[in-house]
Design a protein around this ligand. Structure first.
Ligand code: BV8
Length: 263
């Protein structure tokens, strides 16, 4: 592993453009349940039963019970060392002393962070140039997309007073402002994410690489000549396609990588 880590560190040190895609695995060390692991969220539920507009149409209260439960589990979670390394690379000082490496960022390195996670832990770590392509569990929007409610609003209360919560503008149902299966990603997010595949190094961290279009990004980057790498606890459908596949915890590997890649 150490020679592969060294190869990746050299590539990052030489890079001008670094793009990082993260999934639920980067938040696991913060206590956030992943989707498809042993104790994964989908273990007890099927995605199509809960994370789709049809499920919400059918039973908005059941869908909100699941999201309200997840929000409760997330409320006490903090960013971990993996989040802080990525925040430092993105050019912001985590400021809490948890990551003591010097930041990699110089005026020549452009970093874009694309996350599938809706937990906002990258936001709390101070990450810059962050694209939350699946939205945020802490934001709500009007289910009926009324004029003022369509854009959404932040509500961090746990638990929520009543389920489903109401749109403050029209009184209709509010929904989690996340992208459900069968829903399109925001066109601006998709455009920035696709543009970011034109990079020197594309690193995927903590994702099972099964949800599209996010899972296709590493292949788009490879086709454009990027050096591609994966950090994940187990092998994924992307492992055989990347240049370097590092198996292990992101909260362990990223700080070691940051130390090796220091400029
Ligand atoms: C769309 C938000 C089109 C809600 C989520 C091809 C192209 C386009 C679409 C499709 C396609 N093929 C299939 C589709 C449809 C579908 C899809 O991908 N289905 C899959 C299941 C086959 N895609 C969609 O529906 C997308 N929409 O393309 O629309 C369209 C166009 C026009 C008009 C209309 C429609 C929308 C997808 C978004 C779905 N929303 N979440 C919510 O969170 O409640 S997806 C959900 O899965 C989460 O966002 C999550 O982030 C995401 C991906 O999961 P992972 O993050 O990878 O998490 P997972 O648990 O699976 O894996 C974690 C990994 O970490 C594991 O491998 C584990 O080993 C590892 N790990 C654990 N601990 C650690 C670790 N690694 C490192 N360190 C550790 N400590």
């Amino acid at each position: 592993m150490s020679d592969q880590l060294g190869v990746l560190a050299d590539r990052i040190r030489a890079a001008r453009r670094l793009t990082i895609l993260t999934g639920a695995g980067i938040s696991a060390a913060s206590g956030v349940p992943t989707f498809r692991g042993e104790d994964g969220l989908w273990r007890r539920h099927r995605a199509e039963d809960l994370a789709t507009p049809e499920a919400f149409e059918r039973n908005p209260r059941l869908v909100w019970e699941w999201y309200d439960w997840r929000r409760g589990k997330l409320a006490g979670c903090r960013p971990n060392a993996g989040h802080h390394v990525i925040a430092a690379w993105s050019g912001s000082d985590p400021g809490d002393g948890s990551y003591r490496g010097r930041t990699l960022v110089t005026d020549r390195l452009k970093v874009v962070v694309i996350t599938q996670n809706v937990d906002d832990l990258h936001v709390r770590a101070g990450t810059r140039n962050l694209i939350r392509i699946h939205g945020s569990i802490w934001e709500l929007s009007c289910w009926d997309t009324c004029a003022k409610g369509a854009a959404g609003w932040r509500d961090e209360r746990v638990p929520l007073d009543d389920l489903p919560p109401r749109c403050p503008h029209c009184g209709g149902f509010a929904r989690p402002a996340v992208v459900w299966f069968g829903e399109a990603l925001r066109t601006d997010h998709l455009r920035v994410a696709l543009e970011a595949t034109a990079c020197d190094v594309f690193l995927t961290v903590g994702t099972s690489a099964v949800v599209y279009p996010a899972a296709g990004l590493v292949h788009d980057a490879r086709r454009q000549g990027a050096f591609t790498a994966e950090i994940n606890l187990e092998a994924t459908p992307a492992s055989a396609a990347v240049d370097v596949a590092l198996q292990g915890g992101a909260e362990v590997i990223l700080p070691r990588l940051a130390e090796l890649a220091r400029l």
